[in-house]
Design a protein around this ligand. Structure first.
Ligand SMILES: *[C@@H]1O[C@H](CO)[C@@H](O)[C@H](O)[C@H]1NC(C)=O
Ligand SMILES: *[C@@H]1O[C@H](CO)[C@@H](O)[C@H](O)[C@H]1NC(C)=O
Ligand SMILES: *[C@@H]1O[C@H](CO)[C@@H](O)[C@H](O)[C@H]1NC(C)=O
Length: 396
């Protein structure tokens, strides 16, 4: 009797699980369709009509030439600036544009004929939305600040500094960063009262790399903070067990002469200084308050770092994460030992959580929002767009 009830309850549990799985599949399918539909309609809108979307001009940084700060192809770097007003007139938010990295001559040369490597290919006008929006309902905390998008055209998160004679490529990310800051200081940022450095993806990594530098370049009296969105790229193995992202970053850093621009406090602590290109090693040395926003499973990271694609794998991740979220969070680093070489997906979530414990330990200055959504950047961008995350960020 008891055994029968047991096997029945096992059956019903299995049933519940499979129903849940179906529901999950359904939700995923529906949300994927809805996201695509939303993107489609937005595309259509921008093409066919002029709405009240904010369109912002491209400004070339002329003085960049004086210090040899050029995009990969030798063109001038550029940003987009929309002036603040009212109570935000002396506040500045800078956002690094993202867009991956180039790790060898071929991939960097390929960028020369795109907006990722040349200001000649950057659209003259682009819209500002989300955290850069000028609409109070969409962006309640920053809508009237000076809002700047720093265009990405160096291929190494604004951190390289070399000229390669053979390929004729300029790896001048660090100089571009300095040229942009100097230009913006002269346009009023020298009177900044509050300033926030932010960025998404490769721009989120740039935020880690330049956060303390930003603090140092701004007036002492200013309140300065940083915010990295989906920029916490992990030094983890891919599913075949190779350190793909490590060698990719190492190649990028070597190619572009990044090492000398990485914070010395970090590089002196690592046997290979280039490892400080990873936020997990750099973060403990960042002094300026930084707010880290990351998904435990970043779809982009899954593809690049783990090199796994496909809805089935994503489903596995989702349930693995639901099951192990608390466990993983509670035991932190030790979970790595448990799952070492077992399941890289779990390992990735654990490692990320552990690495972000560093933030937790310094919660008085640093902040953290870790989501367990697997559809990372898009929904988060959406949250910015509808302003949910804004209030929390400024209070932090
Ligand atoms: C575009 O930017 C330039 C500076 O690069 C500025 O002089 C010009 O007035 C801007 N045009 C518009 C329409 O905003
Ligand atoms: C650069 O990255 C690509 C793609 O991951 C890879 O195939 C190539 O071998 C890398 N080049 C170097 C020099 O690491
Ligand atoms: C990075 O590249 C250098 C030069 O090729 C090599 O000596 C070093 O071991 C590499 N570091 C890592 C962490 O792979």
């Amino acid at each position: 009797m008891g055994a029968m009830r047991n096997s029945q309850s096992v059956k019903s549990v299995t049933h519940i699980i499979s129903v849940k799985l179906l529901v999950v599949i359904y939700i995923i399918a529906v949300s994927a369709i809805m996201i695509d539909a939303a993107r489609g309609s937005r595309r259509r809108r921008t093409k066919t009509s002029t709405t009240d979307e904010l369109v912002v001009n491209l400004t070339l940084v002329e003085r960049a030439a004086d210090i040899g700060a050029f995009c990969l192809d030798g063109s001038l770097p550029a940003y987009r600036l929309d002036r603040g007003h009212g109570s935000g007139a002396n506040n500045w938010i800078l956002q690094f544009e993202g867009g991956g990295w180039c790790n060898d001559s071929e991939s960097c040369i390929a960028r020369k004929t795109t907006h990722r490597g040349s200001s000649n290919y950057m659209p003259k006008y682009a819209t500002f939305s989300g955290i850069l929006s000028n609409k109070q309902y969409e962006n309640p905390d920053f809508f009237n600040w000076n809002r700047v998008k720093l265009m990405y055209c160096d291929g190494a998160s604004f951190a390289g500094d070399l000229y390669d004679e053979v390929s004729g490529l300029y790896f001048r990310g660090q100089r571009i960063w300095h040229a942009m800051i100097a230009d913006l200081l002269s346009k009023g940022m020298e009177h900044a009262e509050q300033a926030l450095l932010s960025g998404c993806s490769a721009g989120g990594l740039a935020t880690f790399l330049h956060c303390d530098d930003f603090r140092a370049l701004l007036p002492r009296t200013a309140t300065v903070k940083c915010h990295s969105d989906a920029g916490f790229f992990l030094d983890s193995k891919d599913i075949s067990g190779t350190q793909h992202i490590r060698s990719f970053y190492n190649a990028t850093a070597n190619l572009q002469g990044v090492e000398k621009n990485l914070p010395q406090t970090c590089t002196s602590s690592q046997s290979d200084p280039n490892q400080c290109f990873f936020p997990q090693y750099l973060l403990p040395y960042i002094q300026t308050p930084i707010f880290v926003l990351n998904a435990a499973y970043d779809t982009w990271q899954d593809q690049l770092i783990l090199m796994v694609i496909g809805i089935i794998v994503r489903l596995t991740q989702l349930s693995a994460l639901q099951l192990n979220w608390r466990y993983c969070k509670d035991i932190g680093w030790r979970c790595l030992m448990h799952w070492k070489s077992l399941r890289n997906l779990k390992q990735e979530a654990c490692l990320l959580i552990h690495a972000l414990h560093i933030v937790n330990q310094r919660i008085e200055t640093h902040g953290l929002l870790l989501t367990h959504q697997w559809l990372v950047t898009r929904p988060l961008q959406r949250l910015w767009e509808i302003g949910i995350l804004n209030g929390g960020l400024q209070r932090k």
